[in-house]
Design a protein around this ligand. Structure first.
Ligand SMILES: NC(=O)c1ccc[n+]([C@@H]2O[C@H](COP(=O)([O-])OP(=O)(O)OC[C@H]3O[C@@H](n4cnc5c(N)ncnc54)[C@H](OP(=O)(O)O)[C@@H]3O)[C@@H](O)[C@H]2O)c1
Length: 161
């Protein structure tokens, strides 16, 4: 199964200048709890925004550059979203962790979305709107505790049958 996990501002913004905008400890813990032990699939920009490899997760990166050498050892390189999806086919669970380009191209293959929905808008340069599209139904919504005045929900969407 392919899942996507993302934290989204009320206006759809997910990042700025190739960085995350907010640091919400409860959301980071949620991301860690969900993704630990699984393959995480990401675009080159997101990989290069990581300060280090995330422990206990296998990192797969998508790039069009045939000679791409990842900044960290052990990262598996794919040259199209379809190649990554094909390789993930036999896994119980793999997570697409972004960013905007890769969320958009992997969305047709995703079975489930884990969306942390912030109840506040932010200024940024990349957005995520997959969960607003037809074809997804909300199956769970758990309010977060809030952090520095930002409130948010942890929401799960599944594909409508
Ligand atoms: N809020 C969140 O939950 C969250 C999560 C993750 C990331 N983000 C944010 O999102 C931003 C990064 O997103 P982004 O959209 O700029 O970049 P991205 O999706 O991480 O990476 C884009 C790169 O992936 C490769 N790629 C994408 N589609 C491809 C395709 N069809 N075939 C081959 N390669 C492909 C390309 O690499 P090449 O140029 O090498 O070909 C492209 O430049 C950052 O601000 C990050 O902090 C937010």
């Amino acid at each position: 199964m392919l899942a996507m996990i993302v934290a989204v501002a009320e206006n759809g913004v997910i990042g700025k200048d190739n960085q995350l905008i907010w640091r919400i400890p409860e959301d980071l813990a949620y991301f860690k709890q969900r993704t630990t032990g699984h393959v995480i699939i990401m675009g080159r920009n997101t990989l290069e925004s990581l300060p280090f490899l995330l422990p206990k997760r296998e990192h797969w990166v998508i790039t069009s550059q045939l000679d791409y050498i990842p900044p960290y050892e052990g990262v598996k390189v794919f040259h199209s979203p379809e190649d990554a999806v094909q390789a993930a086919k036999d896994l119980d669970l793999a997570y697409c962790i972004g960013g905007a380009q890769v969320y958009a191209s992997l969305a047709p293959y995703a079975d489930r979305l884990y969306v942390t929905e912030l109840h506040q808008s932010f200024e940024g340069d990349v957005e995520f709107h997959v969960h607003e599209q037809e074809g997804w139904q909300e199956v769970e919504r758990i309010p977060g505790a809030g952090h520095e005045g930002i409130s948010y929900d942890f929401v799960t969407y599944e594909r409508k049958i």
